[in-house]
Design a protein around this ligand. Structure first.
Ligand code: CP
Length: 323
């Protein structure tokens, strides 16, 4: 694996999931793999889980990690080709990325979308320029449109729950991605990515439910059953993934919504005692109710914990393919 930007970079989801769960069982089994190597975690936006879990994963593999909050501690970067830099930007990506690439064996980057320009965001301008100029493998820590480390974790978590339960193995689990309310416009990354990975995985009956106006880019959602009635979608669900996103078509807007989309324990009654997932951070009693998050159906902490093993599997795969 030369980079980890989307599911398209992955040869076998099944192998990565198996590897992640093997690391969970024995975190230090490849403790020497990264000896003498360095990984850079570059942040243009905030993070709790991604930042810390990737550091723990790298440590388990023997890598040295340097974290750099470029947005706060670095020069303001320019990404436009041919720019006359007589304004606020101080350093061009063409100069910064090769320098960073010379310090590290793997570069990881978090870079959220602007939600202003669909064209720029969906071209993945920032991470693509890091890939172009860094000269070392690049791992997405969430980019403008996708969050692949989260999606791998999500499939690891679903697989782990299925393995530990006594479900009928002949029937695919029903996994529902449901839109949830929020107070501000959020990126489509987690939803896009989850849809992309679920469709590629193919081991579940996959349903997306959202209010009208919140359609995702078909490039990612195609293959899923899409319903506008949450109650219809939740029927007999085994897993419910709760996430807010802003509109893709009327880009970055928050179209008015009819009805209440926040998941409650009452709504779980129509499911197959579904496990509830969320990538976190979550706004309690806006996106998801306390009764769900503090109840026995929530697997959000297990899911967040699994971020380590997913990151470890990805970093190890990159080290093994580029040694
Ligand atoms: N889920 C996730 O990416 O969390 P952070 O934004 O805290 O890293």
């Amino acid at each position: 694996m030369k980079q980890f930007i989307s599911v398209d970079d992955v040869q076998s989801i099944h192998s990565l999931v198996t590897q992640a769960l093997a690391y969970k069982a024995n975190p230090l089994k490849d403790a020497g793999l990264g000896n003498g190597k360095k990984i850079g975690l570059l942040f243009l936006n905030p993070s709790l889980r991604t930042r810390v879990s990737t550091q723990v994963a790298a440590k388990n593999l023997g890598l040295e990690t340097i974290v750099f909050n470029i947005d706060k501690e670095g020069w303001v970067l320019e990404f436009e080709e041919g720019a006359v830099m007589n304004g606020s930007t101080v350093e061009h990506i063409k100069d910064a990325a090769p320098a960073l690439g010379s310090y590290f064996d793997i570069l990881c980057l978090r870079s959220f979308p602007s939600l202003q320009s669909k064209e720029d965001d969906y071209a993945e301008t920032i991470i693509q320029q890091f890939i172009k100029y860094a000269g070392v493998p690049v791992v997405s820590l969430e980019s403008a449109t996708l969050h692949p480390l989260q999606s791998l974790t999500d499939i690891v978590t679903i697989s782990e729950v299925l393995k530990s339960s006594q479900t009928n193995a002949t029937k695919k689990p029903k996994v529902v991605l449901t839109w949830a309310p929020h107070i501000k416009a959020l990126p489509q990354c987690v939803a896009n990515s989850f849809a992309e990975w679920m469709n590629a995985w193919g081991e579940a009956e996959f349903v997306i439910t959202h209010p009208e106006g919140y359609e995702l880019d078909e490039k990612f959602s195609k293959g899923a059953t899409i319903l506008h009635q949450q109650s219809e979608a939740l029927k007999d669900a085994d897993f419910i993934y709760v996430k807010n996103w802003s509109a893709y078509n009327d880009y970055g807007s928050m179209p008015a919504v009819n009805g209440d989309w926040m998941l409650t324990n009452e709504r779980l009654q129509q499911t197959n005692n579904a496990k509830v997932m969320h990538c976190l951070p979550v706004r309690r009693n806006v996106e998801l109710s306390d009764d769900i998050l503090d109840g026995e159906n929530s697997i959000v902490t297990q899911q967040a914990g699994n971020r380590v093993w997913a990151a470890q599997a990805v970093i190890a795969t990159i080290l093994n393919s580029n040694s």
